[in-house]
Ligand binder design. Structure first.
Ligand SMILES: CC(=O)N[C@@H](CCC[C@H](N)C(=O)O)C(=O)O
Length: 371
């Protein structure tokens, strides 16, 4: 049997950013090869892996997706198996997601389901997005599943609990990169410069009114700036500034409302601060919308097991798995991992007891869907 704790710890030590998951791919592949039988086929796609397990009496293919990338965050957990890659961390639980997928893969290879099962180890969920190009890839087409599902760790839920809901689970998202260019100069001569630190700071404050004054308050939306950069030295006025953030909306149309208003604000700021402002929307993800039928089957699959189901609320997190659910019926669920620190925090520390719960929940779901 695979040692899931050891696998998770190894994966945790080697986080890589989107489409750079070479070591991760290699490590996963080594493990998958130890499980391989004549019923198993493996394909590489970019830095991802597809593993197809033939069913005994197939009528369809059931897909399960695990994302692979880490985040550009410096780990501060102090764990003995902390990240070995400076400035990178599995701070969104993808080490858990991959490990659980391997645990279920092992079970299904040992005792195949009636239906075909496809395991999708997908790169670049945090950005720039691996799900959409994978869906469109040649590699995917022959094994395209009829149903697809996935999980995401939930730090705020106790171990032993999962949560989901029919309909909207995660938001529509767009990354946001805004560059300001003005005229720098000596700190003592502000009247001879166009200060981009002041322009960008003021922009951050102003843009917080976009949602509250333009989007229907019943359709939740969020604009967050997570990173701000400007200037080089304490006694010079900054010639450039950069804001990096994200837009999240529960309604697919609201994202364009926010973008339009943002661009109007940019034009006003260009005049007011005598500068140039450019925006790049980076990666955009479609909402995660769960099919009621599959959520019902998930609940039925867990009935009588040790895994407790609870109804989730929609969240403003994003997931490129939304693109898979746009084309293929299925659902996503939260897996409780009980961490005092949340997703994208440098001290996120999920409880490893949740690994077996995840394996149980996913395996029971495969069994139910494959009846
Ligand atoms: C589950 C989760 O945390 N997903 C990420 C997805 C990021 C999408 C993109 N980089 C963006 O920031 O818009 C999230 O931050 O929600």
């Amino acid at each position: 049997m695979l040692d899931l704790q050891q696998i998770r710890r190894k994966l945790h030590q080697i986080p890589e950013l989107g489409f750079q998951e070479k070591k991760t791919q290699q490590y996963l592949l080594e493990i998958i090869k130890t499980l391989e039988t004549d019923k198993v086929s493996i394909k590489l796609w970019e830095t991802g892996i597809l593993v197809f397990v033939e069913g005994k009496a197939p009528t369809k293919t059931i897909g399960y997706r695990a994302d692979m990338d880490g985040l550009p965050i410096t780990e501060q957990t102090g764990l003995s198996f902390s990240s070995e890659h400076d400035g990178k961390m599995h701070a969104c639980g993808h080490d858990f997601h991959m490990t659980i997928a391997l645990g279920v893969l092992e079970k299904i290879i040992l005792k195949p389901m009636n239906d075909h099962c496809l395991f999708i180890f997908q790169p670049a969920e945090e950005g720039p997005g691996g799900a959409l190009p994978l869906l469109q890839s040649e590699a995917f087409q022959p094994w395209r599943p009829d149903i697809v599902f996935a999980l995401h760790i939930a730090p705020e839920l106790p171990v032993g609990t999962v949560a989901s809901k029919p309909g909207l689970l995660f938001a529509n998202t767009s990354e946001l990169f805004i560059d300001f260019a003005g005229k720098g100069g000596h700190a003592a001569y502000p009247h001879l410069t166009k200060d981009m630190t002041v322009a960008a700071s003021s922009f951050v404050v102003q843009m917080q009114q976009i949602v509250s004054r333009n989007v229907n308050p019943l359709e939740a939306s969020v604009v967050t700036i997570g990173k701000m950069e400007s200037g080089f030295v304490q006694n010079a006025i900054a010639e450039t500034a950069r804001l990096e953030g994200t837009i999240r909306t529960q309604h697919p149309d609201s994202i364009n409302i926010v973008k339009n208003q943002l661009e109007k604000l940019m034009k006003g700021f260009e005049i007011a601060y005598d500068c140039k402002i450019e925006v790049d929307y980076g990666a955009n993800y479609y909402q995660v919308y769960n099919q009621a039928e599959q959520v019902k089957e998930f609940r039925q699959a867990l009935a009588g097991s040790n895994v407790h189901y609870q109804e989730a609320e929609a969240a403003m997190t994003g997931e490129d798995f939304g693109y898979m659910l746009k084309e293929i019926p299925g659902f996503m669920f939260w897996l409780g991992v009980d961490s005092a620190y949340g997703l994208h925090h440098a001290q996120l520390n999920p409880d490893e007891a949740a690994l077996n719960v995840g394996v149980e929940a996913v395996h029971l779901t495969f069994s139910k869907l494959s009846q």
